[in-house]
Design a protein around this ligand. Structure first.
Ligand SMILES: Nc1ncnc2c1ncn2[C@@H]1O[C@H](COP(=O)(O)OP(=O)(O)OP(=O)(O)O)[C@@H](O)[C@H]1O
Ligand SMILES: [Mg+2]
Length: 345
């Protein structure tokens, strides 16, 4: 059985074909700690437990040992992401896009919710989709996993056109995804443990011991250890979001779609969730799509931004460019002005 965070586990390749990089390795590579300090922390973990040292939790051990403050730990991890984000360039090569919508039209209740949408989601990057409420963001996400079908146009995942796939082939494609629905949608009648285990029990034939390992590891990643037995109505809003995130992560997806993971949370928890998403990305290199109203904060936490308005893509490009956009709709949306081309009342 693989121990959570063991070297076997850490060197396992994920769906993108790139080796996940553990927190400890990143901290050393980033110059935040020395390899001797990392070794000290791992030795301390070994002395406290018989289990293999946990490279994902090494940050907490370093903080406990006084080798790093919590703030500098987060800052260090963020700086590494920021450097990568600022160097990000949009690629014109089609194979760098993992999902593409080509001239997608969707009419709902007689309204053209998606109006000839063309967009590309870059592989192994974080993309944020922003836009006014009711602008079609969640509808786009549902098209990406084939939960909604376009009236016109094509949705591609890799080189597969979803509309032309058999149900079986579509299910295979869906296995590559995990979706955090808007609102989290935990099952009220299930404990946190059973909620997180649910997709594994539904989609895999894994033995219960392996399921337990994976659930524990997933809860560990979102800092919810010890909450396994709680029910959703015993959790705070932030804990529910984290539990829903653990459920999305537990299947080790190649593509993670998050619909408003920070909606309704206070700024501190919002910040913590952004750190968590960023940390998950740095560790796993999943392709991530995050729908968010947290503008302009979300621009710090993604490589690519797609701005949607009235069913059309207004902007698609590196996050560092969106603040400088001259489009009056984007400017009004970012600054939250009541005056401007978007009529609110
Ligand atoms: N199943 C459906 N049947 C009919 N209309 C729908 C359906 N789903 C979405 N719509 C409509 O499509 C439009 C876009 O909805 P969507 O949920 O994508 O908005 P959104 O951009 O995600 O908004 P928000 O930021 O508030 O979540 C809305 O007018 C909504 O009422
Ligand atoms: Mg929505």
């Amino acid at each position: 059985m693989t121990q959570p965070g063991s070297s076997d586990d850490i060197s396992r390749l994920n769906g993108s074909g790139r080796a996940p990089i553990s927190l400890g390795e990143r901290l050393v590579a980033n110059g935040c700690i020395t390899s001797q300090e990392l070794e000290l922390a791992l030795r301390r973990q070994r002395s406290q437990s018989d289990a293999a040292p946990n490279m994902h939790r090494v940050g907490r051990t370093l903080v406990d040992m006084g080798l790093l403050s919590q703030a500098s730990l987060l800052d260090c991890l963020y700086r590494q992401f920021a450097a990568e984000r600022d160097a990000y360039q949009v690629s014109s090569r089609q194979q760098d896009a993992v999902i593409r919508l080509e001239q997608v039209v969707k009419i709902l209740d007689g309204r053209r919710v998606l109006d000839a949408v063309d967009l590309a989601i870059p592989a192994n990057r974080i993309t944020a989709i922003i836009g006014m409420s009711g602008g079609g963001k969640s509808v786009i996400l549902k098209h990406m996993v084939g939960l909604m079908k376009p009236d016109q146009g094509t949705v591609w995942v890799g080189d597969q056109p979803l509309g032309r796939l058999s149900n079986r082939a579509l299910n295979e494609v869906r296995r590559r995804f995990s979706l955090l629905f808007q609102g989290g949608a935990l099952f009220d009648s299930m404990s946190v443990f059973d909620n997180v285990a649910f997709p594994l029990r539904e989609k895999t034939n894994l033995p219960e011991t392996e399921i337990r390992d994976r659930v524990v590891r997933s809860l560990e990643q979102v800092n919810l250890v010890g909450m396994e037995g709680k029910y959703p109505d015993e959790l705070s809003g932030g804990m529910m979001k984290r539990a829903a995130l653990a459920r999305a992560l537990v299947t080790d997806p190649e593509i993670l779609l998050l619909d408003e993971p920070t909606a309704g949370l206070d700024p501190i928890i919002e910040n913590a969730i952004h750190h968590l998403i960023c940390d998950t990305f740095m560790r796993t290199r999943y392709t991530m799509v995050v729908i968010s109203h947290a503008v302009p904060e979300i621009f710090k936490w993604c490589h690519h931004v797609i701005a949607l308005h009235r069913g059309k893509v207004l902007f698609s490009g590196p996050s560092r460019e969106v603040n400088g956009s001259r489009d009056p709709v984007i400017r009004q949306f970012i600054h939250g002005d009541l005056d401007g081309p978007i009529q609110v009342i």
